[in-house]
Design a protein around this ligand. Sequence first.
Ligand code: FE2
Length: 251
Amino acid sequence: MSFNFLEKLFYGQSSNHNDFSVLAVDMHSHILPEIDDGAPDLGTSIELIKELMKLGYKHLIATPHVMSDIHPNTPENIKEKLEIVRSEVAKQQLEVKIEAAAEYLLDDHFEYILEQENWLCFKEKYILVELSFIAPPPNLETYIFRLRTQGLTPILAHPERYLYFGNQYHKYKRLRDMGCLFQINLLSLTGYYGKDVKKNALKMLKKGWIEFLGTDCHSMNHIEFLRKGLCKKAFERVLSNHSFYNSTLLS
Ligand SMILES: [Fe+2]
């Protein structure tokens, strides 16, 4: 099946969705202030939250990066930022629920996090993990296995962006067979990260491998591209023809 056919399949027709309210929950974003490469200050955090509300979200799970070298965040400092944002949200009477978890890079430091059992997950079982964009960690399967044996369900963030896997879809299948769920970025469907990433995202959707959609919102630039995607009906077929777990996270 050609990519053009897939594209027509997912991108044609008129829209029943002019926002993401059908998802209700965004479980991947970088909206906490001064903690990673997302919101640089509290004002921007609130601005992003208001824009995500306008896009139809009722519940936002902030997932700051945890990377040993660049963003050495911990549950403790993430919770501190969460409380700062929550109090401003309450002050401004914004009707949105804000939670915090994290996006864990599966690097060598993750071994230490596993040993300490000091992580932030959501719904008491989901842990969002990401891989390097350069090469997969050699111990990837070991990490997934250990998370599973510790009672957690790993969600692999943006699998469509790890282009080094190429067409080796059996490698993704192996992770899924081990109990790993997948989350693709909404922006991947618009071509924001390039045509190969978009093609990969559509293929994974077609295989029925995607449980969650996330904004991975870092900035107002991402908001603008999400809004542009809605104007072009880029998300219509995906939202209409697939069901996702996002709304099961509502509480
Ligand atoms: Fe992210």
